[in-house]
Each structure stands twice: as structure tokens, then as C-alpha cells.
Design a protein around this ligand. Structure first.
Ligand SMILES: [Zn+2]
Length: 354
């Protein structure tokens, strides 16, 4: 595994992480420990396991090869206690990279194969987050529930209902703060998921979506106009559409930028400048995110150090401070309703909440 280069000044910045997946961010040590404990290790050494969990040289450039790395962690994250433990490990690692606000995201349905219910699959993560909050009281934490595109709009509605039942606004403790859609974009257009987003919104959740990573800018238009998303994950294809860039800037719709991941999945061609530069030029709010620290062999310090090639230290600091305003976590546990502030008008027509 390549050494991680970190700039000292960057390491000192207090960071906000708004787009990080649980499955792709489980530290190798705990994955290996749990695999050994349950007799699930497919290889004999941790070194060999690392190759299966981290994207290797020559594997870059295709979203599906990237997604293949999520296969092994799910062998261990089908059990309540394991899920809670890996969450604590992820939070601890983030804390040591000076992350003080962390929104984790996770698709509960792919953690029910060994018998956990959807509610248990969600509450196990919340258990890990709440334990972490006791350990790191200066951290703000929350969970975004993901529906997978390829499982279709009906499953997404079921997930939205489960997510709102664990919403942070309903509990004094750390809870679900947002709803997201992830997975292969092609063939699974955002416009089909309007009802699930309507349910999530009516239950007080904030809305983000993976869009424009593997599809053109139309996917982003659908995400904001039909689903009412106030943040976009990746959003790379927006740079081809000036009208959309102006709309994102006007409505202050944030793009969650994942530098390393975008080159690894092929969302951005190697050698091309990263879209974050265009977003900044147009006044589109951005956040600097890791996506998957283990699969991408990165962390917040590494991502920000890489961006230092194009952005000044003060600009990077500003981005993290400004990102806080777009976080779905509210300090008193109540989710914010950005639409009330008139920043995003939401969908033009009323959506059915079937
Ligand atoms: Zn992602």
C-alpha cells in the first residue's frame, strides 16, 4: 500500500466530513480482527486481505471495479455488535485526522442478509455512533441512510420509512439525519425515486443523492427538481452544464467533492482538473470528502493535502468552515429545514407519499 502524504499545516485544520461510506471506510485492522474471530478470512494474512479491500494500481478507472471492494467488509457487517464496533473504529480514525463533524452514510438493506431487521441494521450504527459521542464529546455525528438504486423505487420507499423512524429529531441522541440514493446511475434514473424522497422529507430528513458521477447533468437536474435534494454527491458532470452550475450557485446546493475517489472510479479522467475548481469558480458550495477511506487508501488529511496543489491553506480552511452550514446535523438534535430559509424551493410539483 502506498504511503499517505500529509501536509502538517493541513493536519491542523479542523475538518468537516459530509460524504463517507461505512462499508468502504472500515479500518483494515478491525476487518481482519473480526474476520479471524468469526473464521471468515478468505486469505491467510492481513497483507493479502489488504489487497482485497484497497483499490490497487491498475484497478482504477471503472466504477464497478471500485464497488467490488465493498464485497468483503459485508461478510462481517451482518451482525449487530460487529457493526457497532466498526463504527467506533471509523469515528476514532476520523477523530485522529482532526475531523470534528462527521456524517457517515450506510445502506441498511445490504446488512440484513444474516437475519438482522432493517431497524436493527440502522440502530446498530446508531449504537456505535452514540458510544463514540461519549468518547469524543467534541465531535458531532450523524447517519445518512442510503437506498440502492438497483433495488428499485419500492425498496427505497421502505427504507425511507425505516429511516424516518430513527430520525434524530425523534430521539435525544444521535440519529438518522438524511436520506441518500447510491449505486449504478445508468438505467436507474433519479426521477423514479420521487416518492421515497417525499417520504424522507415529510419525516424531517435532509436530502442528498449520488448524482452526476456516472451520468450526465440531466441526473443532477432531476435530483434537485424532482427529488428536492439540497446536496449532491460527486456531481462531476455538472461542469459540462453552465446553466446548472448557475442554478447550484443560486440555490446554494452543495456538491460533496471526493477527489481521490473520482479519479479511481473514472468519474474524472486522470490528468483532467478536478471539478471542485469549476464549482469554486462559479460560487457553488463544496465540501471536501473522502468517500471511502479504506477502499481509496485515503483520509481527510490526505485528501486536503492533495488539494493543496490547487487551493491555498486558507481556502481549504474556509471550505471546511462553510461546510458546517450545510451539514444535516444540528447541535440540539433537531434537523434543519433548508427549504424554510428559501434556499431551495424543492420540487415544483407535490409528490405522492405512497
Ligand atoms: Zn459515495
Amino acid at each position: 500500500m502506498k504511503a499517505k502524504k500529509v501536509n502538517k499545516a493541513v493536519a491542523g485544520i479542523e475538518k468537516v466530513e459530509l460524504h463517507q461510506h461505512v462499508d468502504g471506510s472500515i479500518p483494515i485492522d478491525i476487518t481482519w480482527k473480526l474476520m479471524k474471530k468469526h473464521g471468515l478470512n478468505p486469505v491467510e494474512t492481513k497483507k493479502e486481505m489488504e489487497k482485497l479491500l484497497v483499490l490497487q494500481d491498475g484497478e482504477e478507472g471503472a466504477l464497478l471495479r471500485y464497488l467490488d471492494k465493498f464485497h468483503y467488509p459485508q461478510w462481517i457487517t451482518q451482525f449487530y455488535d460487529n457493526i457497532a464496533s466498526v463504527i467506533e473504529s471509523i469515528v476514532t480514525e476520523a477523530y485522529h485526522n482532526n475531523v470534528r463533524l462527521l456524517e457517515l452514510r450506510y445502506a441498511p438493506i445490504i446488512h440484513t442478509f444474516a437475519g438482522l431487521t432493517l431497524r436493527q441494521a440502522i440502530s446498530s450504527v446508531l449504537s456505535g455512533l452514540n458510544k463514540s459521542m461519549k468518547r469524543f464529546p467534541d465531535m458531532e455525528l450523524g447517519l445518512i441512510v442510503i437506498a440502492m438504486r438497483h433495488q428499485g423505487p419500492h425498496i427505497a420507499k421502505i427504507l425511507a420509512r425505516q429511516a424516518i423512524s430513527e430520525a434524530q429529531s425523534l430521539h435525544g441522541r444521535c440519529g438518522v439525519i438524511g436520506f441518500d440514493l447510491a449505486g449504478a446511475e445508468r438505467g436507474n434514473p433519479a426521477r423514479l425515486f420521487g416518492e421515497s424522497y417525499g417520504i424522507a422529507r415529510s419525516g424531517g430528513l435532509q436530502l442528498t443523492i449520488h448524482a452526476g458521477e456516472d451520468e450526465d447533468s440531466r441526473a443532477i437536474w432531476e435530483s434537485i427538481d424532482i427529488l428536492g435534494a439540497t446536496r449532491i454527491g460527486h456531481g462531476c458532470s455538472a461542469i459540462e452544464d453552465k446553466v446548472l452550475l448557475k442554478r447550484l450557485a443560486r440555490d446554494q446546493i452543495m456538491v460533496e467533492c471526493c477527489y481521490t475517489s473520482n479519479y479511481q472510479t473514472g468519474a474524472v479522467e486522470l490528468g483532467e482538473p478536478h471539478p471542485i475548481l469549476t464549482f469554486l469558480e462559479y460560487g457553488v458550495p463544496v465540501s471536501i470528502c473522502t468517500d471511502n477511506t479504506t477502499v481509496s487508501n485515503t483520509n481527510q488529511n490526505v485528501e486536503n493535502s492533495k488539494l493543496l496543489q490547487w487551493l491555498s491553506l486558507s481556502e481549504i480552511t474556509r471550505i471546511h468552515q462553510a461546510s458546517k452550514k450545510h451539514s444535516f446535523i444540528h447541535k440540539n438534535g433537531k434537523p434543519r429545514f433548508r427549504r424554510e430559509k428559501g434556499l431551495n424551493k424543492g420540487p415544483k410539483k407535490q409528490l405522492g407519499f405512497a
